[in-house]
Design a protein around this ligand. Structure first.
Ligand code: NAD
Ligand code: SER
Length: 322
């Protein structure tokens, strides 16, 4: 069977890098076109085609989708929660226009499937903090959360009105070692490992007891591919699925790191990101994703911490010092 072409937009980011590599391993390097505004990252070089692309340029996007015969698009370009609060107007424009351009390209060029990630940031202060349900009332407090909630509704609209097979997940904070995070409120949970490997104390921008939903990247990438491979008849949610991984506080992860790096220490200096985190749930209910397409996480806090400590070399940790 000839594998149909896939386009990953935002392929050089934290998720895009690992998702592109996983898709290429599964479907073949030449099948997956990586695209980004940034230059091709070293990790992607030599693994498949790369396309310099600004997803805000609707015409070029459409031309490239047609030229490459793209049948699935994964759209990962966005501004995240913390950088979004620094430039709210820009965050709204980037997050909405990138999605609308992609949905239109999919509709006009008969792309069969689109993946676009939403976030736990759709939930605001009025949603339940513990085991936040799939359909909890959403009043997001950040421009990032507002753009994700609106984006979910656009995905639903394009599915209902035009039959575009759009699928989405509300990712929790994602933890990975291959690529640095891109300006989110959950970035501390990666920075902390790099500091520990450098032998430094970590200054955490959230309070010690701020519990948030998190997930190891391997689980997120596997879940994304499983959702995209599920038969359309199994997909009952056309906004975005809740999926849960691990919920922990900065103090929890620091204690786990200390078991493996005994001299590690942490101090807490909460900044504006604490206020963002206060509005998000602490844990997520994910029964619908489990029932519809078999979602299950494989990493708990101890397993994830072990993997991070094993993979972050002193050289890598030194290169990320700023
Ligand atoms: P990231 O910032 O690491 O990567 C985004 C990539 O998009 C970057 O490589 C950037 O150069 C590229 N990009 C930005 N503007 C572009 C444009 N106009 N055209 C083409 N490329 C452009 O972000 P990420 O953490 O990988 O997040 C990917 C998606 O997942 C986003 O939608 C984000 O909201 C969502 N998400 C991420 C997390 C997380 O913890 N990382 C959690 C929830 C949801
Ligand atoms: N990790 C993301 C952020 O903090 C959640 O969407 O912005």
């Amino acid at each position: 069977m000839v594998q149909e072409k896939i386009l990953v937009i935002g392929a050089c980011g934290q998720i895009g890098t690992e998702l592109t590599l996983a898709l290429r391993q599964r479907y073949g390097g030449e099948t997956v076109v990586a695209a980004d505004l940034k230059r091709e990252s070293d990790l992607l070089k030599g693994t498949g085609p790369f396309l310099p692309l600004d997803v805000m340029d609707k015409t070029t996007l459409q031309v490239q989708v047609k030229r490459h015969g793209i049948k699935s698009i994964y759209l990962l370009a966005a501004m995240l929660s913390a950088t979004g609060e620094q430039q709210p107007q820009l965050a709204w424009r980037v997050n909405m226009e990138s999605l609308l351009n992609t949905l239109e390209a999919a509709r006009e060029e008969s792309v069969q499937k689109v993946f676009w990630p939403s976030s736990i940031a759709v939930f605001g202060p009025d949603a339940p903090k513990k085991d936040c349900p799939q359909n909890a009332w959403s009043t997001p407090a950040t421009v990032y959360g507002i753009s994700k909630l609106s984006g979910e509704q656009w995905c639903h609209y394009y599915f209902k009105r035009y039959g575009v097979d759009v699928r989405s997940i509300r990712y929790p904070g994602l933890i990975s070692y291959k690529t640095l995070p891109g300006g989110g409120t959950t970035d501390y949970a990666i920075e902390i490992f790099h500091a520990a490997i450098r032998g430094e104390s970590y200054s955490c921008f959230l309070r010690d007891d701020k519990r948030l939903p998190m997930m190891y990247m391997d689980d997120a990438v596997r879940g994304t591919i499983e959702l995209m491979e599920a038969p359309a008849s199994r997909i009952t949610v056309r906004t975005a699925y809740n999926i849960a991984g691990i919920s922990f506080t900065p103090a929890d992860v620091a204690a786990e790191i200390k078991r493996l790096v005994p001299g590690f220490s942490i101090e807490y200096k909460p900044d504006y990101r604490q206020a963002i985190a206060e509005t998000w749930p602490e844990s997520i209910q994910d029964q619908t994703a489990r029932k519809d397409w078999g979602w299950h996480p494989e990493y708990d806090l101890a397993k994830m911490t072990g993997e991070m400590i094993r993979h972050i070399t002193p050289e890598l940790a030194m290169s990320t010092k700023h």
